[in-house]
Write a new protein. Structure first.
Lengths: 117, 112
């Protein structure tokens, strides 16, 4: 299957600092990327949708000034958690969709576990 | 707003038994996905169902889709311990961005 990578796989940061997470599609061009957040024992919740070269669309309740998304190229999207707080601790998963598999399937990255102390 | 309901939320079953996980959704959609998630890991794609009546099988798992009833099932045949995981269904919202709405997940434990 298609490969989507995320970096870092886990990160610990102090409250008030910012953290950047990268999502890359390694073997296809991703016209659309999605960012999800998953708290323990819960389902995935969509945070935002981004298309290459345009501003991300955020889901209701997700602060766009806190979760900065940049989809600068067809293979890279970044999520920056600004002024992180302990309640931002979660498992962040990206997915990508593009010119692969009929163009309808989302391919998921391995996730980034963020812990804010 | 698309809502996806999955049941049961928890399923504990003996090895060798059969069981079915159900996924109901609230609005019309023509694409439904099943994923597996192991603890601490991301999602693994199991099945992509693209049309009414679609049935797909892989090993001990079989998924089906009834778009008229807005229902998908994931049937487990002769469960083995390796199937223990959390299973999610996700429904495409048919919008321009083709976003997915996930069910709550079914945590499956297969006991020896």
């Amino acid at each position: 299957g298609a490969v989507v990578s995320q970096h870092p796989s886990w990160v610990i940061c102090k409250s008030g600092t910012s953290v950047k997470i990268e999502c890359r599609s390694l073997d296809f061009q991703a016209t659309t990327m999605f960012w999800y957040r998953q708290f323990p024992k819960q389902s995935l919740m969509l945070m935002a949708t981004s298309n290459e070269g345009s501003k991300a669309t955020y889901e209701q309740g997700v602060e766009k000034d806190k979760f900065l998304i940049n989809h600068a190229s067809l293979t890279l999207s970044t999520l920056t958690v600004t002024s992180a707080h302990p309640e931002d601790s979660s498992f962040y998963i990206c997915s990508a969709r593009g010119d692969r598999g009929g163009g309808y399937e989302q391919y998921f990255g391995p996730g980034t576990r963020l812990t804010v102390t | 707003e698309l809502k996806v309901e999955q049941n049961p939320l928890f399923l504990s079953m003996q090895e060798g038994k059969n069981y079915t996980i159900y996924c109901n959704y609230s609005t019309t959609s023509d694409r439904l996905y099943w994923y597996r998630q192991d603890p601490g890991k991301s999602l693994e794609s199991l099945f992509v169902l693209l049309s009414n009546g679609a049935v797909k099988q892989e090993g001990r798992l079989m998924a089906s889709l009834d778009t008229k009833a807005r229902l998908s099932t994931l049937h487990i045949t002769a469960a083995v311990h390796d199937l223990s995981a959390t299973y999610f269904c996700a429904v495409d919202n048919s919008g321009s961005a083709r976003q997915l709405t996930f069910g709550s997940g079914t945590q499956l434990t297969v006991l020896p």
